[in-house]
Write a protein that binds this ligand. Sequence first.
Ligand SMILES: Cc1cc2nc3c(=O)[nH]c(=O)nc-3n(C[C@H](O)[C@H](O)[C@H](O)COP(=O)(O)OP(=O)(O)OC[C@H]3O[C@@H](n4cnc5c(N)ncnc54)[C@H](O)[C@@H]3O)c2cc1C
Length: 484
Amino acid sequence: MTEHDVIIIGGGPTGLMLAGELALAGVNVAIVEKRPDQAVEGSRASGLHPRAIELLDQRGIAERFLAQGTKHYAVALAGIVLEAHDRPSRHNYTLGLWQEKIERGLADWISELAVTLYRGCEMATFVETAEWVEVRLTDGRSLGARYLVGCDGGRSLVRKTAGIGFPGSEPQASYLIFEASMADEPPLGIRYGARGLYALGWLDGGPRVRGVVTEERLEQDARPTESDLRAALQAGYGSDLGIHAVTWMSRFTDAARQADAYRKNRILLAGDAAHVHSPVGGQGLNVGLQDAVNLGWKLAQVVKGISHDALLDSYHAERHPVGAALLELTLALTALNRGDEHTTALRGFVATSMRMDEPRKWYSAKVSGLDIRYGAEGSHPLLGRRMPDLDLVTADGPTRVFELMREAQPLLLDLGAPECAVPERWRERVRQVSASFTGICEMPVIGVVSPPAAVLIRPDGHVAWVSTGNCEGLVEALSTWFGD
Ligand SMILES: Cc1cc2nc3c(=O)[nH]c(=O)nc-3n(C[C@H](O)[C@H](O)[C@H](O)COP(=O)(O)OP(=O)(O)OC[C@H]3O[C@@H](n4cnc5c(N)ncnc54)[C@H](O)[C@@H]3O)c2cc1C
């Protein structure tokens, strides 16, 4: 049996990101992926939101993605487009980029790191003991690991085998998403039918079309037919629009489900394996990347014996509420997409409210993943929130916060409190940098905050401790997060 520290089932975006995080931390990690290569069927996710781009920037790989995508400085909601260029982030835009390119970018990154990839291999089942997890592949081989992470998508076999509950809301409507040619001029844009959305747009600038249509009745068969698509087009547009050359079609519903435990002993879940919902709002892939970055450093510390395995419970404590909020948002957006008179009135009401400055900023931060705070409100507004990418000057010259986070190491950043040094027993694993900062520290939603005198930043970019003039609480924060 080949042994690893961690085995990840699924080499989609979440599994790839997690493998990169673990490999950076020096963990012996392997991915088991049943697809023979990184090709993605259909277009699926269409882009990256600001926080996901920030995560890639923290690891020094954002440019690979930015070079291929298109920047959009706005967000859509309730039939309107909201300006969002004033989000206080260096990456204050959504990057239009198809999922396959995102996956290929991540796969290129991990190919540069020490990640073992079992490609074209499928997990059949696993057996867990108190010390170990044995993963059995369908080809008869066995792999062993101390932890197993299910990044195996919405139908997660890891989740089912672990017996982790997946409660949520039942589907009310089904939709078809497709890529095709149309003989008729396609009526581009969005329209609202009684049961939900119809949207047509050019695929990669045309002449082919990518569309979503709502079906007249709830259907749950995973394999829709072309006649299902014609029927839905007929219902929405009064014609099948001369559709032909359908190269991709997929059915999804508005069901929203979430794993009731993101961790059960040696088994963890991340990405779609932990939460599924309709793609409205374009959040799934982005939230999966954030799950991976929250889990990666914690799992690495546990595997390396730096932290007690109770640290892994903070993964559920921090990410389950984010997943729950994601499900709530997608259900709300789905409800707003109906075309009956009541919903049309509600959509108008929401659109008017959201045009106001504060709600607009709140929503654009929320769909960007920039508003997340882990834990309760603390002594400084930065506590628990993502550290902004401040421009700094160090003894070695100008730099910025994200450039100091490339190695996924904890960082104590001294911006004027040199007395708050990392004590000897953490010095090997917590980096300390002294810098000066003279700019404005602006946070999404809450606005300008006083720059900290010193700040302890976790490898995922969230703030674990802030000095408000003294070093009180630093040792406690170091013990809590980076091993006692
Ligand atoms: C039509 C559509 C549009 C979408 N649009 C957006 C969008 O605009 N923005 C956004 O953020 N998200 C979007 N999403 C969601 C996004 O595609 C998913 O959230 C994302 O792919 C989840 O990544 P993942 O790695 O968690 O899971 P997946 O991408 O599902 O990857 C799971 C991987 O596990 C592998 N696997 C499964 N079982 C096994 C097994 N037993 N053994 C080995 N390997 C296994 C699979 O082959 C797969 O590669 C959309 C989804 C759809 C369907």
